[in-house]
Design a binder for this molecule. Structure first.
Ligand SMILES: Nc1ncnc2c1ncn2[C@@H]1O[C@H](COP(=O)(O)OP(=O)(O)OP(=O)(O)O)[C@@H](O)[C@H]1O
Length: 258
């Protein structure tokens, strides 16, 4: 199959989600079309309430469209599945379990054998740089480490699609930059498809192959902006004129909405 005919990993086809608010219809998202290629890193930015989480939840199978459909690997999403790892801003770790046990939890539920669980947990804990904290409880970890643990837990199930809703939103600026670098490093090794929501324009450009800018009322795609900057991206990337130029375009699209 040539790359031009490859089936998208995620395909939002004319997706609309309507809520009933005060007896009238409210379009959280309206007529969204977006095809995400396998291995692509897509970020979604836009003002509060423009439907970013709605789109992510539809891809995760946590919600159903009112019209249109979301396809993953060519099949309509019918509910959550182990092929899709979801990571939210709140880490939602079990406070009474160690990092290792938190990471193994989902595998245990999925009845993966104890040996295999250990092996997989070890691998992903190493990947996110938490080896020295594998036996620690969440309360002893920093915010960034907790989020790395949540990411490791999502990776452990070996999803080929990562759905991330403002995962670094609660972190301080420096930790956030480190987490972005680490996420890109992992992504370069494994090339899982990523759909990543953020409020941060710099973050959206730094991470993505393409930035999807949304507009509100009704929630819709306003513009899709390519980021043809090479990986690995570094501090130099952030300072380069090409980065600044794209950042300015995204900024303009987000903040100058009619
Ligand atoms: N269950 C619901 N019932 C009614 N309206 C809803 C419901 N869920 C979401 N909405 C509305 O749909 C719109 C889109 O919500 P969504 O959470 O997707 O936006 P968002 O872009 O992720 O916002 P934010 O950046 O603030 O997280 C919002 O106006 C929200 O109030």
């Amino acid at each position: 199959m040539s790359s031009t005919t490859q089936q998208p990993k995620i395909d939002f086809q004319d997706v609309t989600r309507v809520y009933e608010v005060n007896k009238s219809e409210f379009y959280a998202v309206n007529g969204v079309n977006l095809a995400v290629a396998d291995g692509e890193f897509i970020t979604i930015v836009g003002p509060s309430g423009c439907g970013k989480s709605t789109l992510l939840n539809l891809a995760a199978g946590l919600d159903d469209p009112s019209a249109g459909q979301v396809l993953v690997d060519g099949l309509a999403v019918k509910g959550p599945g182990p092929d899709r790892g979801v990571i939210f801003q709140q880490y939602a770790l079990f406070p009474w379990l160690t990092v290792r046990k938190n990471v193994e939890f989902g595998l245990k539920v999925a009845k993966v054998s104890a040996t295999e669980r250990r092996h997989r947990a070890q691998e992903v804990i190493e990947l996110v740089g938490l080896t020295d904290f594998a036996e620690s409880l969440p309360k002893t970890l920093s915010g960034g480490m907790k989020q790395r643990c949540a990411i490791a837990r999502a990776y452990a199930a070996n999803p080929n699609l990562l759905l991330m809703d403002e995962p670094f939103g609660a972190l301080d600026a420096l930790t956030r930059v480190r987490m972005q670098e680490q996420l890109l490093e992992t992504w370069s090794k494994q090339r899982r498809t990523v759909l990543f929501i953020t409020h941060d324009v710099d973050e959206s450009v730094y991470l993505a192959n393409r930035v999807v800018v949304m507009a509100a009322r009704p929630g819709r795609i306003k513009e899709v902006i390519e980021v043809p900057l090479p990986y690995p991206r570094t501090e130099e990337t952030r300072l380069s004129p090409a980065f600044v130029e794209i950042r300015n375009r995204v900024w303009h699209a987000v903040y100058h909405q009619e």
